[in-house]
Design a binder for this molecule. Structure first.
Ligand SMILES: [Zn+2]
Length: 199
């Protein structure tokens, strides 16, 4: 395990038992570390399985943090927000560098480093909130979906208008409606594939 920062400009902070950095406000209150994601359950020792951490032990989580920068193996990362992306990894590296810089900084430089730490942590929270808000339940209508909905509405209106005013046979109208629905579904499928690739 990397040596812990010797001192900190963040005196009210407690060190995470997994990554060792001062990311918690207090110990043993089930707080989740923003850096490594360990949930601070009170444990007897590092070999005890932690219920709050999917049955993992502290020593397994520490090993993963050393290797992957987070307490989970990326192949078995159970987080709703998914594994860390490149931007989160970069911010976490900057955060770790600043935690370590704080340990050896001259008193005059500490405030600026602490301010950078605040900024890194805020950015991590913003990314997390962005990822969770983008979940399937709260995803806003994308421009493509909005246009498809309008297209469906217009085509259905035309199809019903022709049915009423020109007495087109019902079968023709059902065919038009079916084609419109198929186009809309294909559009949604393309949208979903694009969104998945963008992640
Ligand atoms: Zn941690």
């Amino acid at each position: 395990m990397a040596p812990l920062p010797r001192s900190t400009e963040l005196p009210s902070r407690a060190r995470c038992p997994c990554c060792g950095y001062p990311t918690l406000t207090s110990r043993a209150y089930y707080e989740i570390c923003e850096l490594c994601w360990w949930e601070d359950e009170p444990l007897d020792d590092e070999t005890e399985a932690s219920v709050a951490n999917h049955g993992m032990t502290l020593s397994q989580a520490r090993e993963n943090f050393r290797t992957h920068g987070v307490m989970y193996d990326p192949a078995a990362d159970p987080r709703l927000s998914g594994p860390d992306g490149p931007r989160e990894r970069a911010i976490k590296q900057a955060l770790i560098a600043d935690f370590e810089a704080l340990a050896t900084a001259e008193p005059g430089a500490r405030q600026a480093i602490a301010a950078r730490i605040d900024t890194h942590e805020r950015h991590l929270r913003e990314i997390l909130h962005g990822k969770l808000d983008d979940g399937p339940d709260r995803r806003p209508l994308t421009p493509t979906k909005t246009w498809l909905a309008l297209l469906v509405a217009v085509l259905l209106a035309i199809s019903f208008y022709t049915a009423i005013s020109h007495g087109a046979p019902p079968l023709a109208n059902m065919l038009v409606a079916a084609v419109v629905l198929l186009v809309a579904l294909a559009g949604l499928a393309v949208e979903r594939i694009r969104a998945r690739r963008a992640r």
